[in-house]
Structure formats: C-alpha cells, structure tokens
Write a protein that binds this ligand. Structure first.
Ligand SMILES: Cc1cc2nc3c(=O)[nH]c(=O)nc-3n(C[C@H](O)[C@H](O)[C@H](O)COP(=O)(O)OP(=O)(O)OC[C@H]3O[C@@H](n4cnc5c(N)ncnc54)[C@H](O)[C@@H]3O)c2cc1C
Length: 412
C-alpha cells in the first residue's frame, strides 16, 4: 500500500516511520528545503536554536512520544529534567512545582486533592473553561496566575481559552507520565532519526516540493499533485491541519467545514538568550506566574551543553500572544526578562513570533477534531489533530497513535 504524506513535520514523520515499520511504502513531500517543520534545529552563532519548539518533550522519556520513538526504533536519548519545574513567587522565592499546594489554605488543599482524584470520572462539561473551573471551586489568585503561566508555557493559551475537561486530562497525564525532558542534540535529533527510519525502510522524502492539490475522485483520495506531476497513492496523510488540507481539494461537507472553521491556532513568542553564567541553573521549567507576559523559561544547556558553544548557556523564554500587537508583546516580554534577572548579564540572540501558517499549535488544545476527514483514505495528523490530554508533541504522538489504530482496525 502506498502512503503519500504532505509535510515532514513531527506528525508526518511519526506517521511515516510507524507505517514504514508496518510495511507501507512511504513518500513524503515537504515544501521547505529542510525536514522537521517546527521541530528542528536552527543553527545560529554556534547555538542550536529551533524552528519552533523549546527543545522540550513535555513528558520526557516516559511519555507517549518517547514510547512511540522506542516502538519505531528511533535512536533518540531523552534527558529527563531535574527538577521537573519550579515556580517563581511574587516575593522572588523559588519553590518546587509540586509544592504549589502549600500556597493554598488547608481547606483548598483538601478540596484540590479530592477534585483531582475524581475529575476524570466526573468530567466538567465541555463549555467550562479552566479559568472558570478554578474560579468556581477555588477562587484563588495564586492558582489563577499559575494556571495562566502553565497554559501559556505549555499550550500558548490563557486558562480562559482551554476547556477544563482538556486541562484535567493533561493534569492526569502529568501524574501518569511525569515531567519533561530534552532530546540530546535538540529537536532535530528526533526528526532526523525519524527521517532515517523512513529512508532505511525504502521510503522517499522530497524537500522543496509543495503539494498543490489532493486528487479526490468520487469522494476517495487517490494521490496528490506536485509541480504539475500526478503522484498516485492508496492513502494520503496530511500534516498541515484540517483547514490547510481542506484548501487542497474541493470540500462540500458543510458540517465538517463549520467544525474546522472554528479551529483557532494558538500564537506565541519565543525569546532566545545567551549567557556566560546560568540564569536558572537546572533543566526544568521555570514558571513565572507573576510577570506581565513571559509564562516560563528553560535553560536547555543544563541538560545538553552541546546546544550552545562551550562556556555559554542557551535560555529560551516563551509567552502566549495576548494581543495582536506583536511589537508591544515582544517589548513586554523583554521587560519581564530584565525584571526576572536584574543582576545577570545576558544577550538576546533571537526573537521569534508564531502565528497564522506557522503558529504554536494549528488547533488550540481542546479544539482538535481528530484524524478523519470527509474524504475516504485522506487523514490529518500533527498538531492540528492532537489526541486529547496531550501537550504539544505528546498530543501529536497520541494523535498519530489513534490514526494507526483506526487504520489497522479498518474503522475509518
Ligand atoms: C515557539 C514554539 C515553542 C514550542 N515548544 C514546544 C516544546 O518545547 N515542546 C513541545 O512538545 N512542543 C512545542 N511546540 C509545538 C511543536 O513544535 C509542534 O506541536 C510540532 O512541531 C508540530 O508538528 P507538526 O508536524 O504538526 O507541524 P509542522 O512542524 O508545522 O509540519 C508541517 C510541515 O508541512 C509543511 N507543509 C505545509 N504545507 C505544505 C504543502 N502544501 N506541501 C508540502 N509540505 C507542506 C510545512 O513546511 C511543515 O514542514 C512549540 C511550538 C512553537 C511554535
């Protein structure tokens, strides 16, 4: 069976590697001159910056992505963060992430424990946001700020934009799989390893090859058009989100169109810093609930020093984009950083903003609509089709796993 994949981001490559291992013949078309999409390295002044991700795998060596990488035999070493994360309080004190409960009154601590234990059994309804859920049960300023910091760092959203039911599944997965990790060598260690697996299975990956059209005959995907050439396929998998995929054929399914028109990408800003001395001093996430914009910061060189030139640290700050004024959002981010590290010397290496066709997430968490399209044998993977409860690339891996299951059981 021949599978054509549109896009060589993590979603496309994971699907390609999994299906290659199952004996499918794989051909991938990537419009850019490089593979990996928003999960690859960007060499800059001797640093390994990235096209998107902060070189972090949300659940480290135990999560769904790590499991899938092991399943396909990808040679990737994930260095688990230690500690998982810390929180910088309003008074400057830094506490372990797990100690956030100590900031709550005893009554709220007991309530939180009880609610989290039963949250998946008694799910909040889909309409209530995480922010409203916190207000309803706790009405606690510290928790609200921490929720915004966590959602901003991990999903590029504020707590009011994430459905509580999705967030509770994410929290459950945090307890299940534990904390984050950094792939040794950065993002490209993951995507390059997947490319190798696809190629060693006889698959082809073409870069600088944009798919212009998906060929659909009688409601069934039959292949793609690339540079005027007709490429036949039994199955077409798209890594460019539902709206992007839909723009490549004539879709008349009104219900599907209404559903995907509601999908909102999440937008964000990443600021990369270099410093001669550590600003954070460990490989976990540094949550900053009391800043104006920055949600969290990591210092990946504490996990893998090779991500910076010798003697240098690479620090990455992330913030959800709150307004459409990118310049103003960047200025607020830079001001936060200078207030967080008033006595430290650092250099701003690069500032990247992510929105529209190159966002943080094609479908904001909680709004994903799955892998299925109205066209038979046409599927979507990637961060426009994440599995529920999966933060970023974990959601991409869960989504790919869901598709493979559906394909093997023939349900779709
Ligand atoms: C600032 C930022 C920080 C992040 N930090 C993290 C993090 O630390 N940890 C984490 O887990 N996740 C993080 N993420 C999210 C993570 O990067 C994405 O979830 C993941 O890379 C998405 O992969 P994808 O395959 O869905 O999409 P993409 O990487 O966008 O891949 C899609 C590919 O399709 C190609 N394409 C588009 N149209 C066509 C066409 N017509 N023909 C052929 N090719 C086409 C594109 O060029 C692209 O290469 C971050 C994202 C950003 C932006």
């Amino acid at each position: 069976m021949k599978v054509v994949i549109i896009g060589s981001g993590l979603g496309g490559l994971l699907a390609g590697a999994k299906l290659s291992r199952e004996g499918y013949s794989i051909e991938i078309f990537e419009r850019l001159p490089f593979t990996g999409g928003r999960f690859t390295n960007l060499p800059y002044k001797g640093f390994k910056l990235s096209t998107g991700a902060l070189h972090m795998i949300p659940h480290g060596s135990r999560g769904p992505l790590a499991q899938m990488l092991r399943e396909v035999g990808a040679n990737v070493h994930i260095i688990d963060s230690d500690p998982m994360a810390v929180i910088k309080k309003d008074n400057g004190e830094i506490i372990s992430f797990h100690d956030f409960r100590n900031e709550l009154s005893l009554t709220k601590q007991v309530k939180l424990g009880t609610i989290l234990t039963y949250s998946l059994k008694f799910r909040p309804n889909g309409d209530i946001s995480f922010r409203d859920w916190i207000l309803k049960y706790f009405d606690d300023d510290f928790l609200l700020k921490l929720a915004d910091s966590f959602c901003g760092w991990s999903l590029s959203l504020t707590a009011k934009d994430v459905p509580a039911c999705e967030m509770l599944e994410i929290i459950n997965n945090m307890y299940l799989y534990k904390g984050s990790g950094v792939p040794a060598g950065g993002c490209s260690a993951v995507t390059d390893a997947l490319c190798e697996i696809i190629k060693s299975g006889g698959g082809k990956i073409h870069t600088s090859c944009c798919v212009d059209r998906i060929i659909v005959i009688d409601g069934i995907a039959k292949g793609v058009m690339v540079k005027g050439n007709h490429i036949d396929a039994d199955i077409v998998i798209s890594d460019i989100g539902h709206p992007g995929t839909c723009s490549l054929y004539d879709c008349n399914d009104k219900e599907y169109l209404n559903k995907i028109n509601d999908l909102k990408p999440s937008k964000g800003i990443k600021i990369c810093l270099s410093s001669n001395e550590p600003l954070i001093g460990h490989s976990g996430v540094f949550f900053t609930p009391f800043t104006s914009r920055v949600n969290g910061i990591n210092e990946v060189t504490n996990a893998d020093p090779s991500l910076a030139p010798p003697g240098k640290h690479l620090i990455m700050s992330h913030q959800a984009m709150i307004s459409d004024d990118t310049r103003a959002e960047i200025d607020l981010g830079l001001r936060d950083i200078s207030r967080l590290f008033p006595d430290k010397k650092y250099e701003v290496l690069l500032i990247q903003s992510y929105s529209d066709g190159w966002p943080v997430n094609r479908a904001s968490s909680g709004s994903d609509t799955g892998n299925i399209t109205p066209i038979k044998n046409l599927y979507v993977v990637g961060d426009g089709a994440k599995g529920h409860g999966g933060i970023e690339v974990e959601g991409v891996a869960i989504g790919v796993g869901n598709l493979i299951k559906e394909m093997s059981t023939g349900i779709c």
